[in-house]
Design a protein around this ligand. Structure first.
Ligand SMILES: Cc1cc2nc3c(=O)[nH]c(=O)nc-3n(C[C@H](O)[C@H](O)[C@H](O)COP(=O)(O)OP(=O)(O)OC[C@H]3O[C@@H](n4cnc5c(N)ncnc54)[C@H](O)[C@@H]3O)c2cc1C
Length: 409
């Protein structure tokens, strides 16, 4: 394959891990990794946590050591956007007009923050958080006593609120839904997270949408749909991301809330793959179409796509997993539950060291462990195997979770 060119559009976690995997798997042709950002692939999770709080130096966030791309003969093209995809000629066009012909292509273009249409959104002092530059802009605002309003209590909003409280800021969070994190965790766990933030001094306004921002030049006030006005020094908007599908759409690939791929991470066109935050894939174990916006998926699906670009035909069967750190609480969640019959609790709920099991039709769909990560691995096995589990045994801390996993012959 030495005369072949594999192109990867999008140079963050998915693209970076895919390029690395191509070499690990022995590909000796040309690898071109194209990234719109000026930085080589880096980790986003610290951007709302340790990096935002100034506890991690910049050089620690990159996924590879300096010199890695040269050593591996990976052509890293940074600060340049792929603007066109020609499936007839099998070429990617870059800003400026350069065309790169490919034998295989991976679209790893991820997502970008959703924008608010509220009046005043263009005032200074209103930030979004996706890139390291965004995180640095917000970090410069994190001085004790300043007043921050966070719009949206998803993971990014909740983590920024926690980091800002930990730095001694006054924090108000506006969330349209009745509870924070409700979309990902459900009402019950969302309510608990609401309590946690309030205990840490966050003013959490739920059921409150944003109406407008006010200020002269710079934001001074956020006005909610109820008419409530909150004075502030700056704002962080975290209302989710949208997948960056424009290359795929323009080329006529199937797109439906993400680039549609099969379990091999291949799009509707042979030899063109998509993975990570931008990909919508069929999960053969969970029997659902998913688009997952989490670190482990980006990393694992990037590697799998690379193997399949080399013709391996491996199906993606990883059970989704993510974590979130807020205050001194580590949340880990494995599986995917969009609906459930009951949530069964194990451990010390009041002491915030417990696992919540999401059960549907007598089977485990997901598990959320708060400061109790030891339950994640056996839960993953139970979800993967899809075996019937008794709620009473899940609830009983005396029963080892491992003992519920059937022994294979
Ligand atoms: C602040 C923050 C905190 C997070 N914390 C956690 C966490 O605690 N736990 C967890 O599991 N997950 C977390 N995540 C999610 C995780 O970081 C993402 O799932 C992961 O970064 C997705 O990687 P990706 O490479 O698929 O997409 P992205 O990270 O979005 O990268 C895509 C890259 O492609 C580039 N690009 C897009 N279009 C083009 C184009 N046309 N040409 C060239 N380049 C292009 C973009 O500029 C970007 O650099 C967090 C995310 C953020 C933003």
């Amino acid at each position: 394959m030495a005369d072949q060119t594999f192109v990867i559009a999008g140079a963050n976690l998915t693209g970076g891990r895919a390029a690395e995997a191509l070499r690990k798997e022995g590909f000796d042709g040309r690898v071109v990794l194209i990234g719109a950002e000026p930085d080589p692939p880096y980790e986003r999770p610290p951007l709302s946590k340790e990096y935002l709080r100034g506890q991690v130096p910049r050089e620690k966030i990159f996924i590879h050591k300096p010199g890695f791309y040269e050593e591996q003969r990976i052509e890293l093209r940074l600060g340049v956007r792929a603007t066109g995809l020609d499936l007839q000629e099998r070429a990617v066009e870059l800003e400026g007009g350069e065309r790169i012909a490919f034998d295989r292509l991976l679209l790893a273009t991820g997502g970008r923050p959703r924008r608010l249409a509220a009046p005043g959104s263009d005032l200074d002092g209103i930030y979004e958080l996706r890139t390291v530059a965004d995180s640095e802009r917000i970090a410069a605002q994190l001085q004790p006593g300043r007043r921050l309003v966070v719009i949206g209590a998803g993971f990014i909003g909740a983590e920024v609120a926690a980091s800002a409280r930990m730095q001694g800021l006054d924090v108000t969070v506006l969330e349209m839904s009745p509870v924070p994190l409700g979309r990902a965790l459900g009402e019950e766990m969302g309510r608990l997270y609401g309590e946690i933030h309030r205990e840490h001094g966050v003013e959490l306004l739920t059921g409150e949408a944003i109406d407008r921002f006010e200020g002269s030049g710079r934001v001074e006030r956020v006005v909610g749909a109820s008419g409530r006005a909150i004075d502030c020094d700056f704002v962080v908007v975290g209302i989710g991301i949208e997948p960056a599908t424009e290359l795929a759409e323009q080329a006529g690939l199937a797109v439906e809330n993400g680039i549609v791929v099969d379990e091999y991470a291949e799009t509707s066109v042979a030899g063109v793959f998509a993975a990570g935050d931008v990909a919508r894939f069929y999960h053969p174990v969970l029997q659902e179409r998913l688009r997952v916006e989490h670190w482990a998926n980006a990393q694992n699906q990037g590697v799998l796509a690379a193997k399949n670009m080399l013709g391996r035909r491996e199906a993606y069967v990883e059970i989704p997993w993510f974590w979130s750190d807020q205050y001194d609480l580590n949340l880990q969640y494995v599986g995917h539950a969009s609906s459930w019959d009951e949530i069964v609790m194990r451990g010390d709920v009041a002491g915030r060291k417990f696992t919540a099991f999401y059960l549907k039709d007598g089977r485990l769909r997901a598990a959320l462990a708060l400061n109790r990560f030891k339950d994640i691995r056996p839960s993953r096995e139970l979800i993967k195997l899809g075996v019937a589990v008794e709620a009473a045994k899940l609830r009983d801390d005396g029963v080892e979770l491992k003992s519920l996993i059937p022994v294979s012959e």
